[in-house]
Design a protein around this ligand. Structure first.
Ligand SMILES: [Zn+2]
Length: 274
C-alpha cells in the first residue's frame, strides 16, 4: 500500500510530506511493462504527482505533469486527483531519458482557471526538475527528494520527502530545513530501510503532534470508463463513426494511462445515437 503523510513541522513554518510509493510504481511497471530506465523516470513522476495531488484542496481538483524532452528522449505524462488516484505513461523507447525539453504542470483546483506552469528541464532527475518548477513557477521554496530503486525489473523502494516553506519563514528555518534534507539525499534507500511510517518515527517524531499527522493512500488508478470514452467519440458524429467502422471494423480507442482498449461496433454506435 502506498502512503502519503503530511504534517507541519518547525512551528508550522515547514509543510512536510513523506511518501512511500513502491506499490504505485510497481502497478505502473505492470500496466506498461516498463524497462528499468522508464520505470525510474515514470516512477519519480508518479511520486511527484502523488505529492502534488495531496496538496489539492478542492473536491474536483486535479493535477498533471507532462515532460516533453528533445531528440531521442521521450515524452511522459502523469495525472492525479484529490482522491489520490494517480496514473501515467511514458514513451518506453526513451529508456527514461528526459533532458533538453520542458516540464509542464497543470493544476486545477476546480475553482478558477487552471494554473499552468512550464519550465525547462534541468536534467534527468525528477526532484531537480520539480524543485525548479516550484522555484520559477510557484515561487515557493520547496526542497524535494524523490527516488526510485529498481532490482530485477521490479521496484523495491520508491518514495520521497518534501519540505515546503510556509509564509513568514525565516532564514534560520530555511537553513534548518535544508540541513534536515541532507538525510534524504538517497531517499529510495531511506524508504527501503524505514518505510514512510519509519521515516516519520525516526526523523520527525519529536516534532509532530499526532493529531496533526495526515495519512492518505495514493494508488495507481485510471479514471477512464466506457461512459467517458462514449463522451469522447460522440462529437465525431454518427456518419464519421460509421465510416471508421466500415474501414477498420470498429471504432477503437486506447487509454494510454491504463492500457485499456475500448471497442465500439455498429450496434454500439446505433445505441449511442438511438
Ligand atoms: Zn484508462
Amino acid at each position: 500500500m502506498s502512503k502519503l503523510y503530511k504534517s507541519l513541522i518547525s512551528d508550522g513554518y515547514v509543510s512536510l510530506s513523506v511518501l512511500e510509493t513502491t506499490d504505485l510504481v510497481n502497478a505502473a511497471i505492470k500496466t506498461h511493462k516498463l524497462n528499468e530506465g522508464a520505470a525510474k523516470t515514470l516512477g519519480g513522476l508518479l511520486t511527484a504527482c502523488a505529492y502534488m495531488a495531496g496538496c489539492l484542496k478542492s473536491e474536483r481538483g486535479a493535477v498533471s505533469l507532462t515532460v516533453k524532452a528533445e531528440g531521442d528522449a521521450g515524452t511522459a505524462s502523469v495525472s492525479g486527483d484529490i482522491n489520490g488516484h494517480i496514473r501515467g505513461y511514458i514513451d518506453g523507447a526513451c529508456n527514461g531519458k528526459l533532458h533538453g525539453g520542458y516540464l509542464t504542470v497543470i493544476k486545477d483546483d476546480g475553482f478558477y482557471r487552471p494554473f499552468v506552469g512550464t519550465c525547462e528541464l534541468v536534467g534527468n532527475d525528477v526532484s531537480q526538475n520539480l524543485m525548479q518548477y516550484y522555484d520559477k513557477s510557484e515561487q515557493i521554496p520547496t526542497a524535494i527528494a524523490i527516488g526510485v530503486k529498481m532490482q530485477g525489473g521490479e521496484c523495491i523502494a520508491a518514495g520521497g520527502v518534501v519540505m515546503q516553506l510556509m509564509p513568514g519563514y525565516t532564514q534560520e528555518i530555511m537553513d534548518a530545513a535544508e540541513e534536515r534534507m541532507q538525510a534524504f539525499v538517497n531517499v529510495a534507500d531511506v524508504v527501503e530501510k524505514y518505510g514512510a511510517d519509519g521515516i516519520i518515527d525516526e526523523f520527525f517524531k519529536d516534532e509532530i503532534n499526532k493529531g496533526q499527522l495526515y495519512l492518505t493512500f495514493p494508488e495507481y488508478k485510471c479514471n477512464c470508463s466506457r461512459k467517458k470514452i462514449e463522451g469522447v467519440i460522440m462529437p465525431v458524429g454518427k456518419d464519421e463513426l460509421y465510416k471508421i467502422i466500415e474501414e477498420e471494423g470498429a471504432v477503437r480507442v486506447h487509454c494510454h494511462y491504463c492500457n485499456t482498449d475500448y471497442e465500439f461496433t455498429r450496434a454500439d454506435v446505433d445505441k449511442l445515437f438511438g
